[in-house]
Design a protein around this ligand. Structure first.
Ligand SMILES: *Cc1c(COP(=O)(O)O)cnc(C)c1O
Length: 387
């Protein structure tokens, strides 16, 4: 395994830890990039012990170690695990609860998780209550002391980027004896370290910013403490078998090394695009927490550092047809779902989410990449102006 160089008592900035992937050097070869371990099984010692601590790759894999350790450092947690997808990570938290447990989750959140919660998780026995989590009083009213076991948040939340107050909701959850978990995919550890605000478990769709290159599906969980609940989640990763592959783990770590540069660029460009289109005659509304007019701006300014994220939405003045038509006319922006990659993506969100979506019909969701922002603005301008 790797060795982590010492830097005396000086605590490194997370961006330094990320750039060097914790500075691990392969012990045997002195390589600065760790190998990809493909073995599914490990040798048992002649006296019938497993001193290496490893038995079988569904339980653990040395290819996970560096990415897990780096993420733990970036989040300021104590342990992280990689899973097969963001959905595998999110569902692992809910499946560590018991049938009958009451859960409070947002009305506005990543649509596939909302659908899973209101179908599968409900059939499985969880009592799922969806509330407007940007309204802290609504969360307080929904949480039942001794009965609610988990509060789930996503902030900023897809696709209107409403913001939930992590510190205030952590206090409400903990007072009631519940845990707080957050889908922090869109903030990334660059902008928000939820554990510092009292969050117990942080989830990422690592498919998005952590990997950043639209070529890996992965999920992660990081915990603030190693308690029974966490050990149940870890044991169930092996039990259900939703592990990441070795090659994907390597790609994810490679992507995480440039996380800070990518997120910084995406935030600056998203802010510039939001400011450019606010008040534009073809735009009904710009939804971005970095705008002072956004209802979540004050909370976002408190719990996001260095920017307000690379995600924003434009509501098009002409309504749904005009929105779909503008998305059809972009050239540089890629018309595709997903987010957090180096290339900018645009999507008519209601078309993806279908019936029952809280996404306004005139909303285009933008994932800002790392291109030159003036090129991105010019392409949107021509798409809005084109006949
Ligand atoms: C993409 C996404 C997910 C799901 O992640 P997958 O890797 O696609 O399973 C969950 N939450 C958010 C906010 C996402 O953007």
């Amino acid at each position: 395994m790797g060795e982590t160089p010492k830097h005396g008592n000086r605590r490194l900035h997370p961006s330094t830890s990320a750039a060097q992937a914790l500075g691990w050097i392969d012990e045997q070869t002195k390589a600065v990039v760790s190998p990809i371990h493909l073995s599914t099984t490990y040798i048992r010692d002649p006296d019938n012990q497993y001193r290496s601590g490893r038995v079988y790759a569904r339980a653990d894999n040395p290819s996970f170690d560096q990415a897990e350790a780096l993420l733990t450092e970036l989040e300021g947690g104590v342990h992280s695990i990689l899973l097969a997808s963001g959905m595998a990570a999110a569902s692992a938290v809910f499946l560590a609860l018991r049938p009958g447990d009451h859960v409070v989750a947002p009305k506005v959140m990543y649509w596939a998780l909302r659908r899973w919660l209101t179908t599968f998780a409900t059939d499985w026995g969880l009592q799922v209550e969806l509330v407007d989590t940007s309204d802290t009083d609504a969360v307080r009213a929904a949480v039942r002391a001794g009965e609610t076991k988990l509060v789930w948040l996503e902030t900023p939340a897809n696709p209107t980027w409403i913001v939930s107050d992590l510190a205030a909701i952590a206090e409400i959850a903990h007072k009631a004896g519940a845990r707080l978990a957050v889908d922090s995919t869109c903030a990334s550890p660059v902008l928000t370290r939820p554990i510092e605000f009292g969050v117990d478990v942080v989830m990422h769709a690592a498919t998005k910013y952590l990997n950043g290159h639209s070529d890996v599906v992965a999920g992660t969980l990081t915990t603030a403490r190693r308690d029974d609940f966490w050990e149940r989640i870890v044991a169930n990763r092996s039990g259900v078998g939703g592990i990441l592959g070795s090659f994907e783990s390597y790609l994810l770590l490679r992507g995480m090394r440039t996380l800070y540069l990518r997120v910084d660029r995406a935030c600056r460009s998203a802010q510039a695009i939001a400011e450019h289109f606010q008040g534009h005659p073809k735009i009904r509304a710009v939804l971005y927490p970095g705008l002072a007019t956004h209802p979540g701006h004050a909370v976002a300014a408190r719990q996001m550092t260095g920017g307000f994220g690379g995600m924003l939405s434009l509501c098009i003045a002409g309504g749904e047809a005009a929105a779909i038509s503008a998305a059809a006319k972009v050239d540089l922006w890629k018309r595709a779902t997903s987010l957090g990659g180096v290339e900018s993506l645009i999507e008519h969100r209601a078309s993806v989410e279908g019936a029952g979506t809280p996404a306004p019909a005139d909303l285009l969701r933008l994932s800002v990449g790392i291109e030159e922002p003036s090129d991105l603005i010019a392409d949107l301008e021509q798409a809005l102006e084109a006949p």
